[in-house]
Design a protein around this ligand. Structure first.
Ligand code: FDP
Length: 313
């Protein structure tokens, strides 16, 4: 392991945004360890109708404060407040994030996480852009250890850093230098399983897994379920909906940043039509279906969707 002053981009301002996020994750990690499970509900709901936890709000506050302090972020939007908020005049980046993914599993002490994407700022404030415009992304996991999976733009690599928190400030050390997802795996994490009653294509893919020796590895939290793909370097996470059980994942705060990281690490993504990164952004509450992971496994989704006549092109 290398002790680091992390340089995550050749571009000092982008590196500064990443540093600000790492600082916020250090604070979030401490908040979660010191608030008896973090599962206390407030009286409020976010725009998506989810009940908010004290820890959701605290993590959101920490992240926005650090982004503002950096001076490099013009706007941010997040799952708890899905609208663009100005941070710093003249900032060259936008950050979209899910402050605390896994609110429904925090009470059982499962791993939860923060997901974030960094974009170049311009007048469109992301409307009309797509996931292809992301310049960096990361996903922090607050588990038995606190780690972050992050795109190192300077080295063009997806890496894992671990938080060492015994000193006053805490510091991050590189623990995996070049994550490369293998073409095919044998583990799967299927979200929104209730939709397979009506969704024939989704059911066919999952039946294939049952008949072909794949192992179920599912916690019910998108951040930990997808991060296991980075750490095992194999696997698939999926979540598709039907009319009765629609997909609830948010494009800007969950699907786009994680698909960016997966594709940078050699995996693939699928939104039911093409790569998740091709989805055109039409609003700050946009939802998305998703399959991400080992390239051949994701190609199999596409083939089954094609067989069922679900692809437009
Ligand atoms: P949650 O239940 O906490 O809202 O963000 C949505 C999400 O969590 C994801 O983290 C998770 O992968 C998904 O929902 C789980 O959905 P299902 O319970 O429908 O499988």
């Amino acid at each position: 392991m290398h002790s680091i002053k992390i340089q995550l981009s050749d571009e000092p301002e982008l590196s500064g945004v990443c540093q600000a996020l790492l600082q916020a994750f250090t604070e979030n990690s401490r908040v979660l360890r010191h608030c008896s499970g973090g599962g206390n509900q407030t009286q409020t709901q976010n725009n998506f109708g989810d009940h908010q936890l004290e820890s959701d709000i605290q993590c959101e506050v920490n992240i926005n404060r650090e982004l503002q302090k950096s001076g490099f972020v013009s706007h941010s939007a997040n799952e708890e407040s899905p609208e663009m908020k100005q941070q710093c005049e003249g900032g060259r980046y936008i950050v979209t994030f899910d402050p605390l993914d896994g609110s429904s599993i925090i009470g059982t002490n499962f791993t939860v996480g923060t997901i974030a994407a960094i974009w170049k700022s311009d007048d469109s404030l992301l409307i009309g852009k797509s996931g292809r415009d992301i310049v960096s992304a990361c996903c922090c996991l607050y588990g038995s250890r606190t780690t972050v999976i992050i795109y190192n733009q300077k080295e063009d690599k997806v890496q894992e850093y671990t938080l060492f928190d015994s000193d006053k400030q805490g510091h991050w050390e590189l623990t995996k230098g070049n994550i490369q997802i293998k073409q095919k795996g044998n583990i799967f994490s299927p979200g929104n399983l209730r939709s397979i009653i009506n969704h024939n294509a989704y059911r066919e893919v999952l039946e294939y897994y049952f008949h072909n020796g794949y192992t179920l590895r599912y916690t019910g939290g998108m951040a930990p379920d997808i991060c296991q793909i980075f750490l095992k370097e194999i696997g698939v996470f999926s979540l598709f909906g039907d009319a009765k059980n629609p997909c609830k994942l948010r494009y800007l705060y969950e699907c786009a940043p994680l698909a960016f990281l997966i594709e940078k690490a050699g995996g693939k993504s699928f939104n039911g039509e093409s790569s998740v990164l091709d989805t055109v952004i039409n609003g700050y509450e946009q939802k998305s279906e998703i399959a991400v992971g080992s390239a051949e496994d994701i190609e199999f989704f596409r083939q089954v969707w094609k067989k069922h006549g679900l692809l437009k092109n």
